[in-house]
Design a protein around this ligand. Sequence first.
Ligand SMILES: C[S@@+](CC[C@H](N)C(=O)[O-])C[C@H]1O[C@@H](n2cnc3c(N)ncnc32)[C@H](O)[C@@H]1O
Length: 276
Amino acid sequence: MAREFLERKGLEEARLEAELLVSHSLGLNRLGLFMALDRPLSSEEIDGARDLLVRRGKREPVAYIIGQREFYGRAFRVGSGVLIPRPETELLVDIARERVAAMELDVPPRLADLGTGSGCLAVTLALEIPEAQVIAADISPEAALQARHNAEALGAKVEVLEGDGLACLLPRGPFHVLVSNPPYVMRSEEASLAPEVRDYEPDLALFAPQDDPDHWVQKLLEALPDILRPGGFLLVELGASQGPRVLQLATRMGYEARLHEDLARIPRVLEVARGE
Ligand SMILES: C[S@@+](CC[C@H](N)C(=O)[O-])C[C@H]1O[C@@H](n2cnc3c(N)ncnc32)[C@H](O)[C@@H]1O
């Protein structure tokens, strides 16, 4: 029944989502749900599951309804006001880990995350590189709160600052690696966004300042000599069409830069080296 309801609402992953939502409302995992299939449900249980399915039918993202999303193998709490972590963002963690491992430092690596949202990048980096000192910043109070919660819940040592990213991080630099997944969507793209994104995720996390998708890349490149240590790296997540443009921007400013593709072969990350 739950599956058919979501199918009628046009949701492609109806079966998986129905299982996730019903098991969540019953306080079970998916295996527990299968074990309980023969058990009759109380009217409260039916009402509880129905409420969650109705929310999903209105296209609220599953992650907000169940309050969590997995990133790099760990469960992050997410709520409205905070971007839901995306799988492609994990690429930033992979690259940052490789760069830090190759640095052969005799001091703890210092890492920064600008626009931390749920804290998925900062917390994951702190856990994957335990010797690192990680500082994260977000202008949104909800995001800063959520990032602090996730750091504590997952046992990561991350200092989370609330305020404008560069203004917060510059006085705390320079860093060996700065990662950022900044807002890069243009207003002209708004109508083409999925309702889950357009109607539920925060504008502040989605839309580029001044409607310029390259705004943050430009700002970070200008700040690069001050914010990165010699030999340090800047890693920025990009929108699907930004790659060639921002690569040119970085190389024209005299930096060694390259693009990394995600699994869909989209140039997803700009990597810029500060040079020695
Ligand atoms: C695309 S989301 C990325 C969130 C998270 N890092 C992730 O990858 O899931 C961009 C984040 O940047 C934050 N942000 C927007 N403008 C900012 C600013 N001026 N300074 C700091 N953070 C900002 C938003 O609040 C949002 O959390």
